[in-house]
Design a protein around this ligand. Structure first.
Ligand code: AMP
Ligand code: ZN
Length: 136
């Protein structure tokens, strides 16, 4: 695990985050600069640099987790749909952006704006409740 990887530090609890779901191998938490309210990042707990370097099993697993999380996140935000984004140019630890969308240009990385702790806590709570109701 690279010493200075910010997402590895989140996994280890060395940096605070608004976690919404986790299992043994994956973690979902709120992006601190959401492009839309309820913007979630889904990551593998083990450091891996590039999503398309993951083996087929891990790759299928992370996409299946994104699928399972999509409906609870959609319900919590009231969005029309959930969109996914992957590029990882600024944080080289695999992450899938799970983004509530209502309009065609809602998945625009340039729209990211720092959210307050209160805003993040409020939407994280709603998402956690929907995830619990979905029994994930
Ligand atoms: P990218 O690598 O371009 O896919 O973007 C990395 C994403 O991670 C950006 O949307 C950042 O806002 C987000 N990010 C960076 N640091 C943190 C953090 N400490 N907690 C939550 N999200 C973060
Ligand atoms: Zn890492």
């Amino acid at each position: 695990m690279p010493e200075n990887c910010i997402f590895c530090k989140i996994v280890k609890g060395e940096i605070p985050s608004q976690k919404v779901w986790e299992d043994e191998n994956f973690l979902a938490f709120l992006d601190i600069n959401p492009v839309q309210q309820g913007h979630v990042l889904l990551i593998p707990k083990a450091h891996s640099d590039y999503i398309f370097s993951m083996d087929d099993k891990q790759y299928a697993e992370i996409l299946n987790r994104a699928k399972a999380l999509s409906e609870p996140i959609r319900k919590a935000t009231g969005a029309k749909r959930i969109g996914l984004g992957v590029e990882g140019l600024s944080v080289p630890h695999v992450h899938i952006h799970i983004i509530p969308v209502n309009n065609i240009n809602d998945i625009d990385p340039c729209k990211g704006k720092k959210a307050s702790q209160e805003e993040l806590a409020k939407i994280a709570d709603k998402i956690r409740k929907e995830i619990a109701a979905a029994k994930l």
